[in-house]
Design a protein around this ligand. Structure first.
Ligand SMILES: *[C@@H]1O[C@H](CO)[C@@H](O)[C@H](O)[C@H]1NC(C)=O
Length: 242
């Protein structure tokens, strides 16, 4: 009996200690990310893995349980690739990596960030396709991938992102057609004020901004030379032009 309760209490102790372990593993993930970056402005100088957790590091924000919820590295002159370890920041809500020189592909592991509200990767040098796994980001409201070198078609799976309010894919090299279901269908041009549609041969500019009662929705696909416009309006198949 005594042994059983001793075992139970040590298990409870272990469970109580696990948030700290989680924070440490997040610190390790961030250090793995840092290790492949070039950081001429030393914005990552405070990222010291010997600390108990990453919560005192600059550009990292934690919640009251020391779990990383924000990564703010916009405009930091950083060069390098995004890595799979970013997918280990289980509670991340804001991934702000805009206006740097990030290269390579968007890791499919970013689809593991179940709490992500904002993914701002705009104005980098990212290439490759938009991973289908990003359709798992059920909390996502802002998805800005504009001004990169992203190719391929817009994954139709993204129609599952029912909370999307702002999506900017402009200034990339996307092809095919724009999905019209899910969040994409909440804003059919015929039902709302369409501020801008500009077509020159292939659709090159397709922006609509809708003011509903409280929210501003912006979906932008402009300047993707091989993108063919919304599925409904197109007579072509989904990946036509890819
Ligand atoms: C960005 O980093 C480069 C070195 O890679 C440096 O020459 C340049 O001055 C930096 N730019 C800014 C705005 O700090």
């Amino acid at each position: 009996m005594a042994l059983t309760s001793l075992l139970i209490s040590s298990c409870l102790l272990f469970l109580a200690a696990s948030p700290a372990l989680a924070s440490n593993s997040e610190g390790e993930a961030l250090c793995a990310f840092k290790s492949r970056l070039s950081d001429p402005n030393n914005v990552l100088q405070s990222w010291d893995q010997s600390l108990v957790n990453p919560c005192t590091w600059f550009h990292v924000t934690c919640d009251s349980q020391n779990r990383v919820i924000r990564l703010d590295l916009g405009n930091s002159n950083i060069t390098g690739a995004l890595g799979p370890e970013l997918g280990r920041l289980q509670n991340l809500q804001y991934l702000e990596l805009y206006r740097n020189n990030f290269v390579g592909k968007i890791p499919e592991e970013l689809g593991n960030l179940k709490s992500l509200v904002s993914m701002d990767l705009y104005e980098n040098q990212l290439e490759g396709e938009i991973p289908k796994s990003l359709s798992k980001l059920k909390s996502l409201r802002f998805m800005r991938l504009n001004n990169n070198k992203i190719t391929g078609s817009i994954p139709r799976e993204l129609v599952k992102l029912s909370n999307l309010k702002v999506l900017d894919f402009s200034n990339n090299d996307l092809c095919g057609t724009i999905p019209v279901d899910g969040p994409f269908s909440t804003f059919p041009p015929e039902r709302y004020e369409l501020l801008t549609i500009c077509t020159t041969g292939a659709l090159t500019l397709y922006i609509f901004t809708i003011l509903s009662n409280i929210s501003l929705y912006i979906f932008s696909f402009e300047n993707n030379k091989r993108l063919n416009g919304p599925e409904l309006l197109g007579l072509a198949s989904y990946d036509f032009g890819c």
